[in-house]
Design a protein around this ligand. Structure first.
Ligand SMILES: Nc1nc2c(c(=O)[nH]1)N[C@H]1C(S)=C(S)[C@@H](COP(=O)(O)OP(=O)(O)OC[C@H]3O[C@@H](n4cnc5c(=O)[nH]c(N)nc54)[C@H](O)[C@@H]3O)O[C@H]1N2
Ligand SMILES: Nc1nc2c(c(=O)[nH]1)N[C@H]1C(S)=C(S)[C@@H](COP(=O)(O)OP(=O)(O)OC[C@H]3O[C@@H](n4cnc5c(=O)[nH]c(N)nc54)[C@H](O)[C@@H]3O)O[C@H]1N2
Ligand code: SF4
Ligand SMILES: [Mo]
Length: 695
């Protein structure tokens, strides 16, 4: 227990726990033992006291009357949401007796942990839980749902998750937001870009949707989904041809630029324009801007890599800053992610040695529906924490069918009775991050931060590490690693001589300073971690792994005959599915919309604001049409992972494919196709009149 929890009143340092690159420093205001206000920490070097509305409203989430307070046991049919309270002793007892039995009859691999980053705290997301499941010998989850395809692609070019320091954005003269809705998803990157803009910088947005970020741009370039690598290759062709390439940089810091120069000739402006929907004139102008302005910075988003070809798209865009020699300039380069700088001692925290050389099976989380329905031998128990697969995973109908299985023993640990928890046999109440000890490292800026508990656990809720300590005890695991305290684990994490950027950081230092920056972390201070130690425009490793060695445009995989490409991304006010159960957040977003081009709407005879039915071979949804010029013809965009309320059909992942992307087993949420029609009679009633959005 920290001293903070004992104090009834005061202000206390904290950190935003959500899966958001900004990882803001927070200040919590406490009155009579309760957090009454969440504010940005003005001293945080990057986030500087500004936070988003989502988190300003956090007290409402923490003290929501729907928050779970006790463990629950199912008392009705699967998925009915009927539960009765039980004690922790009974809950842990039922789970471990079921698991002991399964281990004996089917083996430990019949048990699968399913988790993601609902809480970004390292101890909450990848600490005691990993130790526990390694020791158990359970199946392992490949955590591929978010950014892995792009990360693997970026790594082929740059060697790791290393990019420009975002604080240097203020020196940039050209800022390209490429496949990122930064106003909603990385607001401090926008704040830094706006500072540069005041000094004359231009902001360009390349996206399939003129979203909040597109509206703010000096120049918005709409592109067809899944064609970004063609655009990047077309740019490279012009950059070489018009002598914008920095040959000095290319010779010293890259491999393969001569081969690349030859290779990109096939991506002439007319070919590229036909693929991307970007006109020849726009392409020429963009190349002239990128070739002529320095320093230039590309913020590479997650959206463009949620595609069949997403790994190659990021691999290709990551080559661009090298062509014009941007990396050596302050405010030049790119960011896909920056988690490499603060990489902690994962082996010490997660203890993969507890697996004792067992090659346990690995399940790709993007195919959890299939895995639950078809894997042999079957998954007989799943433990879900930090995630809500019933809403966030693709092929939603398959996922629901899997969760409905009578012979699946499902345990869900969460703060709320989520859509996934509704299918559980046992539900466990989780603390909020403000009730825990943990540390956080941003995947965008270069700071790590500490969280000490500010309030007592809500009801009987427990943190993730504490739940796994309890489970380890009940399984009679005797290893000392299960006795480590949260603070012990933070010490172990920062004891990592292999990463000199952490050399000044430890628990005590974080307790004193609240945050710390990765030390001496300039990109070219040593060799790059690629096989050649240089930027790999040509990658032998890619060839060995079965990809073209040079960046290449590979079209999306055919997804049936449906006429529209469907891009269902996140929205401004929810954080994935988090907050989709909060009245204020729902009110702000109003209703899920489907953005359509006016030409398409005219052909479909759909007016702005009318309800449409969208469908493909996987399922259907009912959304409200937003007609205009925010998307190109043939493209349909919706935002937000909405709750699946009775009487609505707005679970967009019903329609998304569970195909695996080209690299890293990544997700392909945005490579699906749909058909669209104006809503008419369904089952004898006009559903559009009944939809809450119509009221
Ligand atoms: N408000 C809010 N913030 C969030 C989240 C949230 O749900 N809400 N989620 C968090 C998480 S987990 C993540 S991973 C990040 C994601 O945040 P971002 O990196 O911004 O990624 P997305 O919002 O998925 O997609 C960004 C943009 O890519 C566009 N896009 C889709 N396909 C293509 C394409 O083929 N080419 C191009 N050029 N653009 C394309 C989409 O239209 C979208 O506008 O945000 C984090 N922050
Ligand atoms: N259609 C479509 N689907 C998508 C995306 C998209 O753009 N479009 N984006 C994808 C991406 S990028 C991501 S990252 C995933 C994210 O998907 P998830 O990781 O499932 O994210 P959330 O939906 O926010 O769910 C997180 C859950 O963790 C719970 N939680 C929070 N803190 C704790 C804690 O300390 N302990 C426990 N036990 N639980 C906690 C929250 O209450 C919440 O229910 O969604 C993916 N799904
Ligand atoms: S969600 Fe992002 S922008 Fe909002 S407070 Fe958290 S880290 Fe900051
Ligand atoms: Mo994500």
């Amino acid at each position: 227990m920290s001293n903070y929890t004992k104090q009834q009143n005061g202000i206390f340092p904290s950190v935003c726990p959500l899966d958001c690159p900004d990882q803001c420093g927070l200040i919590l205001h406490k009155t009579d033992g309760k957090i009454i206000k969440v504010q940005g920490d003005p001293n945080h070097p990057v986030t500087k006291g500004n936070i988003c509305n989502k988190v300003r409203n956090m007290p409402e989430r923490i003290y929501d009357s729907n928050r779970l307070t006790t463990p629950l046991k199912r008392s009705g049919p699967k998925g009915s949401g009927q539960f009765e309270p039980i004690t922790w002793e009974e809950a842990i007892g039922s789970i471990t007796s079921k698991w002991k039995n399964l281990i004996e009859t089917e083996g430990a691999e019949s048990i699968l942990p399913y988790s993601f980053y609902g809480n970004m705290g390292i101890l909450s997301a990848e600490g005691m839980d990993r130790r526990f499941f390694h020791r158990l010998g359970a199946s392992r989850l490949d955590q591929t749902i978010c950014s892995v395809a792009g990360s693997v692609g970026y790594n082929y070019t740059m060697g790791g998750s290393f990019g420009m320091d975002p604080e240097d954005t203020i020196h940039s003269k050209l800022i390209i937001f490429w496949g990122i809705n930064a106003v909603s998803t990385n607001m401090h990157q926008v704040a830094l870009a706006q500072k540069a803009r005041k000094k004359g910088a231009k902001i360009v947005v390349i996206d399939v949707h003129k979203n909040r970020t597109g509206i703010l741009a000096d120049w918005f370039i709409p592109i067809l989904p899944g064609t970004d690598s063609a655009l990047a290759l077309g740019l490279m062709n012009i950059l070489f041809e018009k002598r914008f390439a920095d040959l000095g940089f290319l010779r010293k810091y890259t491999v393969g630029y001569e081969e690349l120069q030859e290779h990109v000739k096939q991506y002439d402006p007319h070919t590229v324009s036909a693929i991307t929907g970007v006109s020849v004139e726009e392409l020429q102008e963009l190349a002239a801007l990128y070739g002529g302005i320095s320093p230039s910075f590309i913020r590479i988003g997650n959206g463009l890599q949620h595609h069949d070809n997403g790994g190659m798209a990021v691999r290709t865009i990551a080559c661009l800053p090298a062509i014009t020699g941007q990396w050596l300039k302050k405010g030049g380069g790119a960011i896909k992610g920056n988690s490499g700088y603060l990489a902690h001692n994962k082996a010490a925290v997660q203890r993969p040695d507890l697996l004792k050389d067992k090659e346990t099976r690995v399940i790709n989380m993007n195919q959890i529906g299939n895995a639950l329905l078809d894997t042999k031998p079957p998954i007989s128990s799943m433990f879900v924490y930090n995630s809500n697969p019933a809403v966030v995973a693709p092929e939603g109908q398959k996922v629901r069918k899997g969760l409905e299985r009578e012979d699946l023993f499902l345990v869900v640990h969460d703060l709320f009775l989520t859509e996934t928890a509704a299918y559980a046999d046992i539900v466990l109440p989780a603390t909020s991050s403000f009730e825990n000890t943990d540390f956080y490292t941003s995947y965008w800026h270069k700071y790590t931060q500490i969280q000490l508990p500010v309030i007592e656990p809500f009801g009987e809720s427990k943190s993730n590490p504490d739940v796994f300590r309890l489970l380890a005890g009940a399984m009679c695991f005797e290893e000392d690693v299960f006795k480590d305290s949260d603070e012990d684990m933070i010490d172990q994490a920062f004891n990592h001589p292999a990463n000199p950027c952490l050399s000044d950081i430890d628990l005590q230092m974080l307790k004193t300073n609240q945050y710390a920056k990765a030390k001496d972390s300039s990109l070219f201070s040593g060799p790059l971690p690629t096989p050649s130690c240089k930027i790999e425009l040509l990658s032998k490793r890619m060839e060995e792994d079965g990809y073209p060695a040079l960046p290449t445009y590979i079209p999306l995989i055919s997804d049936g005959d449906h006429p529209f490409l469907f891009v269902p991304g996140p929205n401004h006010t929810f954080l994935n599915s988090t907050f989709n159960n909060n009245e204020k957040h729902i009110h702000l977003e109003r209703t899920p919309q489907l953005h359509l081009n006016s030409k398409d709407a005219q052909e479909l005879k759909v007016e702005n604001g009318e309800m449409v039915r969208i469908w493909n071979d996987r399922g259907e949804c009912f959304l409200q049409a937003a007609v205009g010029d925010n998307v190109l013809p043939g493209v349909a965009v919706t935002q937000g992972l909405w709750a699946d309320l009775p009487g609505t059909k707005q679970l967009v992942n019903t329609l998304t494919p569970d195909r695996i992307a080209d690299m890293g087993g990544g997700a392909t949420f945005f490579s699906g196709r749909i058909s669209i029609e104006k809503m008419r009679l369904i089952g004898g009633t006009d559903v559009s009149e009944q939809h809450p959005a119509k009221k």
